[in-house]
Design a protein around this ligand. Sequence first.
Ligand code: C5P
Length: 416
Amino acid sequence: MTATPLSSARILLVVGGGIAAYKSLELIRRLRDHGTTVRVVMTAAAKHFITPLSAATLSGEPVRDELFSLTDESLIGHIELSRAADLVVVAPATANLLARMAGGLADDLATTLLLATDKRTLVAPAMNVRMWEHAATQRNVERLKADGVLFVGPEAGPMACGEFGPGRLAEPPAIIEAIERALAAGALLDDWRPRSRGPLSGRHVIVTSGPTYEPIDPVRFLGNRSSGRQGHAIAQAALSADARVTLVSGPVSLPDPIGATVIHVETAVEMRAAVEAALPADAFIGAAAVADWRVETVAGAKIKKGDRGSPTVRLVENPDILAEICNNKASRPAVVIGFAAETEDVAANASAKLHRKGCDLIVANSVAKGTSTFGGATNQVQLIDAKGAESWPSMSKADVADRIIRRLAVELSKRQ
Ligand code: C5P
């Protein structure tokens, strides 16, 4: 096996007590496949869902679950256990475990280790959607993020309890990717206490990114060339400015920004539902290339070539998420920023769009032939507000994102 950061990593895995605990077994197995050393600690509740024996067999290490075990403590003390790891991973983290972490409790082995560790902690929450959305849980998540704790997921989808929404444990490959990125941050791990508060501290920012895929039949879809790079860079820049970020992403091949709540969707209708569920917010940035149309009737089975000639696909208009957000009387975010990809008369068309949709700023770029906006690393944009257009030089998408976020901070402070 070739050496990778994962193959030499030591992970302390804290398993909380939720139905998703079974996925932690797969996480252990996959980490072991990478050569990672995994030490498992289970809460008392976790043992209702999976057995210490399964976790011990898969990890190849004894499983610890008691704070006051003389035998365990004589083998390796709990302080040492909390430090002899490169990263502490909590998966699944229940609402209760998050609350205990946020409150700094140390009433069992898991929370004692989490408090005693000098290493960074990555948390993968899993719970019922209402519990996740509850103000108390969101407050705890905010608190933990401010303390430097990293998050992966939760993901949106159908839940074991029969409800639908954000709350599902991130899939093991996504958790492993987040672990790799947390490990790759290397020296930054020592610098994990928050320094000064960023300009978006205490703000909630919703960002949409990527394309939408509108199904034609089970195998075909209508899509577009958006890579999601600009939208994801904006989510990252908002995180760096200390915002709480909800990223609603269409299908992209980019990693989830660590620390954001990422909701993966496919269609425009799903994107609208995810955005609405994420409100209220201080700002909405619609960087997604939302398909303007969807297929009226999606075929239940693959459409076959046959002797009836080529099929006719009727399209119907998709909801305009940006315009809906702007006109949402009950919970319009204070600042709404849209994007405009134009092939001609960029500034004039974008300015018309600003008025038509009712947003505060439009980031306009040219996607005419010969530009590398779609999928490229750089972008050349014009920023349009009610007063006029401002042209920015060509720069990386990360730099464009930083400038948009700095402008957002100014706009928000003006509206206070
Ligand atoms: O009208 P047009 O598609 O050019 O507008 C682009 C802007 O509107 C982008 O910010 C995009 O995210 C948003 N949009 C949307 N819902 C649609 C179409 C576009 O939110 N159905």
